[in-house]
Design a protein around this ligand. Structure first.
Ligand code: PAF
Length: 282
């Protein structure tokens, strides 16, 4: 697997692939790859001739008091994992090349980014859509692959690609979980063994909410939300940031749990912020 750091070298590789009539799949990541990322690399590899995995810890999507500096990084291991999963090229640009002095352009998707994580992380999605737009321009992928764990991000990027007539198909892969239900995330590496056990509360709360809807036929949004709050409240190491039950297509508010519904939550376990979600068809 080839590593490319320079923007011009990347453009050269893209040009070569296009000339040979090869399709390009892009898996954008911030590295510290886990099975969630690798499942996307495998999907890309089964669909596209050339699979580009980008590894870039994007400073502009982190708030001032967030974990940009501490974000886990392990390029050697990423390279090996991505290669084994079918990646062809790893694109690791430098911050100074992505955002050189004088950089002044940002992309913002309205409405979809206002609630959920957007309400708690001002500027986060603006940073995400800006970097993803730049990656799309550089890599010119036919398809780009994102994980459903970041449900709001996936919907936001789909909206951006559609609204700005981008010539790319955005695909979304399922949440990948550990055996005990904890969703894979690079940030799980911050958790102590005790916190890792406590992190199970996210999936447990989502599962209880799902059962309340599917089995007990409880369709009142407030009651389902209360069930999540009670479950998370019962875990001493967990602090709920939000639990939202919204329309799964556009994240708008709903008055009852009917149709395509997204249940999403963000929970702090110690100082680590974790998110998870479940889509229900009711
Ligand atoms: O999901 C992520 O890892 C990041 O938000 C992304 C899409 C790679 C943009 O930096």
């Amino acid at each position: 697997m080839q590593i490319v750091r320079e923007l011009d070298d990347l453009r050269g590789e893209v040009k070569k692939a296009k000339k040979e009539g090869k399709s390009i799949g892009l898996v954008p990541t911030m590295g510290f790859l886990h099975e969630g990322h690798l499942s996307l690399v495998r999907s890309a590899s089964s669909q596209d001739d050339v699979v580009v995995v980008s590894v870039f810890v994007n400073p502009i999507q982190f708030g001032e008091n967030e974990d940009y500096e501490d974000y886990p990084r392990d390029l050697e291991s990423d390279l090996q994992k991505a290669r084994e999963a079918g990646g062809d090229l790893m694109f690791c640009p430098r911050v100074a090349d992505m955002y050189p002095p004088g950089y002044a352009t940002f992309v913002e998707v309205e409405r979809l980014t206002e609630g959920l994580c957007g309400a708690n992380r001002p500027g986060h999605f603006r940073g995400v859509t800006t970097v993803v737009n730049k990656l799309f321009n550089l890599v010119e992928p036919d398809r780009a692959y994102f994980g459903q764990k970041d449900a709001q991000q996936a919907l936001t990027i789909k909206r951006m690609a559609e609204d700005l007539n981008m010539n790319v198909e955005v695909r979304v892969g399922p949440v990948i979980r550990e055996e005990d239900g904890v969703a894979l995330s690079s940030r799980n590496s911050y958790l102590s063994p005790e916190e890792r056990r406590a992190a199970r509360v996210l999936y447990r709360a989502l599962s209880k909410a799902r059962d309340l809807v599917y089995i007990d036929k409880e369709y009142r949004v407030e009651t389902v939300r209360q069930c999540i709050e009670d479950e998370v409240g019962g875990e001493p190491l967990a602090q709920l940031e939000y639990a939202e039950i919204v329309n799964g297509d556009d994240l708008s508010s709903i008055s009852e749990v009917k149709g395509n519904v997204l249940i999403a939550l963000a929970v702090k376990i110690g100082s680590t912020r974790l998110i998870d979600n479940m889509l229900l068809e009711v």
